[in-house]
Design a protein around this ligand. Structure first.
Ligand SMILES: Nc1ncnc2c1ncn2[C@@H]1O[C@H](COP(=O)(O)OP(=O)(O)OP(=O)(O)O)[C@@H](O)[C@H]1O
Ligand SMILES: [Mg+2]
Length: 596
């Protein structure tokens, strides 16, 4: 019975560690990559030793005439290079596959979260910011995975290995190496620590910049209607400047400090030459061993230089990881229940419901009513009185702060969200259509539906006729090559969608406020047909829609102040009459005229 809702695991640390959790899903592949990488590092650490040993042997030959065959060293060296190439050849693609898979998982988790987050979350986040996080921040993570995930491991192990090997040759040279390496790394880490909040700021400013772009695209008609183009360009320029300035500051901060750290490490070689040279002269150390140390230092000098580069990418990615994980890890305030609703007539009951969108003002207060199955309820009231808020409680777009909402006797919070939203259909004031065919848009909630059923629903929704007039009928792709639909046409597609879902409970928000009277009549007919036999809530501003409802709920300031049929409420002469005053008189006149 209970439906399982897929949920991403709760990721604990909101930093790169939290992203690495995704990598841990593939322990064997990670182990294989690390193993191969270790083999490469081992070879890299062996090569200077072979060179050093060769020099020692050659010296013995030149001073004491010892038998030496350099070919042996050449063969071993050559063989190791060959093995290293082979290992690198296997590691490259294996690492790429692992990284691509992990990034794909992160993307899926991110989009999954975006879909599941409650209305409340979307109320306070803007689209541009979310777009920036799902694109630019994911790219930065990709950069991190490709450029420095394995590199950092390589540097870490190589540095430790090198220091140990140098200590083996001479503790004094080992101490010199540590003496320069530790302050260098400490400085880089210190600077990097200062860097992350700076990158975070850069990314947040990027989000703000994308928001301006996104709002301008979405609101382009408003911008043009008020000839605000240059002002909007100015707004964008200011955001872009703030972004560029912070970005430049951050990059410069880093660029000015890395050389300071590298300067310290730069002293290692001269110091080792000085100390090691004296040890060679005094006979404590072989010349070949000093050569080994020099080769090691030259190899890691290059790696210490890279610490600077990758710390930069690391901090950048770390700030991005934080921004991505904030979405993935956002608590789902609306959690799915476990029950599936047994078949029932669709009774709705509100029990002392209270709700507020945030601190302070309540949007619904002490709302109680019983909606009889199959009846039509008109919800009326001035703008901002809480009509939309009231109906939003039924499909749990928001959860009540106090009280309960019951569907066929079950608290909606106990139902699985998937089940609840199949039972309750909502037609929003603004219909959103996807860039897909008309048929796919109608079948959005039931993609497996047959074409004949889809067409049947479109006919019931009074949409069949205009759909057939489109170039490719039901297969016309909306949004492609200028195919757009009018508000009234979109509304009828939405009604067809609802027909297909065959819900027990139907919610229609303000469906006819922006169309001509001919279309309004078509939509009203379609709505009336759709609502037959279902418990329906119609939020309406027009008397023509309201008067035929079985019951009318009159709202004011978040409360239901009157309830009854049109005749009862008219006779009562209360707030309802105030709301529909002029329309009521017009109607009474018309009735009187027709009776005459
Ligand atoms: N997403 C939201 N976040 C914060 N406050 C909101 C939100 N939606 C609505 N409100 C507030 O809640 C109150 C009720 O709003 P609601 O949208 O339910 O009114 P309405 O009766 O549907 O109005 P209209 O007829 O204009 O659609 C208003 O004061 C409104 O400002
Ligand atoms: Mg509303």
């Amino acid at each position: 019975m209970a439906e399982k809702t897929p949920e991403t695991p709760r990721v604990v640390p909101r930093n790169l560690g939290g992203v690495l959790v995704f990598l841990a899903r593939y322990p064997w592949r990670v182990a294989a990559c690390v193993g191969l990488l270790m083999a490469i590092i081992a070879i890299d650490l062996t090569l200077p030793q072979i060179l050093g040993d060769a020099i020692t042997q050659l010296r013995w030959h030149s001073e004491w005439g010892a038998e030496v065959d350099p070919m042996v060293y050449v063969q071993v060296f050559g063989a190791l290079i060959l093995v290293r190439t082979g290992v690198a050849w296997i590691l490259g693609p294996a690492r790429n596959r692992l990284v691509q898979q992990t990034l794909a998982d992160i993307r899926t988790s991110l989009y999954d979260s975006l879909q599941r987050l409650a209305f409340r979350y979307h109320d306070r986040s803007n689209t541009g910011e979310l777009v920036s996080r799902s694109t630019a921040d994911v790219s930065r993570l990709q950069n991190f995975f490709f450029a420095c995930l394995f590199l950092s491991f390589d540097i870490f192990v190589s540095l430790i290995g090198t220091v140990l090997l140098i200590f083996q040759v001479s503790s004094l040279m080992g101490l010199v190496t540590l003496g320069t390496m530790i302050p260098t790394i400490a400085l880089i880490v210190f600077f990097a620590g200062k860097l992350q909040p700076k990158w975070r700021k850069v990314h947040d400013l990027h989000g703000a910049m994308i928001t301006v772009i996104q709002e301008n695209i979405a609101g382009v008609r408003v911008v043009k209607a008020f000839s605000k183009e240059s002002e909007e360009v100015g707004k964008f320029e200011r955001k872009r400047e703030a972004f560029m300035r912070t970005m430049t500051e951050t990059v410069n901060y880093w660029a000015a400090r890395v050389p300071i750290a590298q300067f310290i490490f730069g002293w290692t070689l001269p110091l080792v030459l000085w100390i090691g040279g004296r040890q060679v002269i005094s006979g404590e150390v072989q010349i070949g061993d000093l050569a080994k140390v020099v080769f090691y230092l030259m190899a890691i000098g290059h790696r210490v230089g890279m610490i600077g580069q990758f710390t930069n990418i690391l901090q950048n990615a770390s700030a991005s990881a934080e921004r991505i994980l904030e979405i993935i890890d956002e608590p789902r305030t609306i959690r799915s229940g476990r029950l599936t609703l047994p078949p029932g007539p669709g009774a709705v009951r509100f029990e002392q419901v209270e709700f507020s969108y945030g601190e302070g003002k309540v949007a619904l207060e002490d709302v109680s009513f019983d909606a009889e199955p199959g009846n039509r309820y008109a919800v009326v009231g001035p703008t901002g009185s809480g009509k939309t808020t009231l109906v939003n409680m039924i499909p749990r777009f928001y959860d009540v702060s106090k009280g309960r909402v019951l569907v066929d006797g079950v608290d909606v919070r106990e139902l699985s969200l998937g089940n609840l939203r199949r039972v309750v259909s909502v037609i929003f004031q603004e219909t959103f259509l996807f860039s897909a065919t008309v048929a796919e848009n109608i079948a959005y909630g039931k993609p497996e539906a047959d074409r004949s059923v889809i067409e049947e629903c479109a006919r019931s929704a009074q949409a069949d006729e205009f759909i057939r007039e489109l170039e490719k009928g039901y297969d016309t792709v909306i949004g492609e090559r200028g195919v757009t639909l009018s508000g009234g046409q979109k509304q009828r597609i939405a009604i067809a969608r609802a027909f297909l879902m065959d819900p027990r409970i139907l919610i229609l928000d303000d469906a006819t406020s922006s169309v001509d009277s001919q279309t309004e009549r078509l939509i009203q007919e379609a709505m009336w047909r759709l609502s037959a036999g279902r418990t329906t809530f119609i939020i309406a501003h027009r008397y023509s829609t309201v008067q035929h409802a079985d019951q009318i709920l009159v709202m004011r300031g978040g409360r239901i102040v009157e309830q009854g049929t049109n005749d009862e409420l008219t006779a009562r002469g209360g707030f309802y009459c105030e709301l529909f005053g002029p329309q009521l008189e017009e109607n009474a006149e018309r009735r009187a005229r027709s009776q005459r």
